[in-house]
Design a protein. Structure first.
Length: 238
């Protein structure tokens, strides 16, 4: 029931549902009580809704330097499908908010990735899932989240183009870890953790190909925070 609620738009309970889902095969004492608390949250805030806003978001306050990436990845470009239909209608802008919560799962030690994807100013996709490997620092967990967010953006750009929706220019991804943003966005920056090399190069190559731009925002302003941390009962809907 909770998974259906998340699918229908209640991504404010997604982090709690994802966490409880890990005990579905072998529940323990106290788990049913916690599920009832999620029901109580939905009952108290049953009028939450997602507003459809079609206007493009204004990201003019976020400017980034146009670096030369040729000596790193060569003349890399976005892979545009050759069989896509002719684009019609208004151009759309994709915005991704990425976040990670280190050591979310106390049983396995794994972090959780939270992603909120916006089409223009409307949230259309949300993601909250434990990461596939144990990260020992916030830097690593945030870079894994950025890599998954990059993959989601590339998939969405491909799908929109194949539906005939005009998508021009890079998409915008926001993260609240400044070290990760700098490592990804500046060619001269070096990798801090070698075991994060694949996530590191995946994000940087997408930036070099002008598929995405990666900007830093405060953690208090990052809406993806709701997908990685539990909401207090008094916060209500976002």
């Amino acid at each position: 029931m909770f998974q259906w609620a998340v699918t229908l738009g209640r991504f404010d309970i997604m982090c709690a549902v994802m966490t409880m889902d890990g005990f579905r095969c072998q529940p323990r004492i106290g788990h049913l009580v916690r599920l009832k608390r999620i029901f109580g949250f939905l009952k108290n805030y049953k009028s939450c809704s997602i507003k459809f806003r079609t206007e493009e978001p204004d990201h003019s306050a976020f400017q980034s330097e146009d670096f030369n990436w040729n000596y790193v990845y060569g003349d890399v470009q976005e892979d545009i499908p050759t069989n896509m239909p002719k684009a019609k209608g208004r151009e759309v802008k994709i915005t991704m908010y990425a976040d990670a919560n280190l050591y979310h799962d106390k049983v396995s030690g794994r972090s959780v990735t939270g992603l909120l994807l916006m089409l223009n100013s409307t949230p259309i996709d949300w993601y909250s899932k434990k990461q596939g490997s144990v990260e020992t620092a916030t830097y690593g967990s945030e870079f894994v989240a950025a890599r998954i967010g990059t993959d989601k953006i590339i998939e969405m750009r491909y799908m929109l183009r194949m539906l005939g929706v005009p998508v021009n220019g890079p998409s915008i991804m926001f993260g609240d870890n400044l070290a990760v943003v700098n490592s990804a966005s500046i060619p001269e920056d070096s990798l801090k953790k070698r075991h994060n090399a694949l996530s590191y190069h995946r994000v940087r190559e997408a930036i070099a190909a002008k598929i995405i731009k990666f900007h830093h925002i405060s953690g208090k302003e990052n809406p993806a925070d709701v997908l990685t941390k539990f909401l207090p009962s008094a916060i209500g809907c976002l």
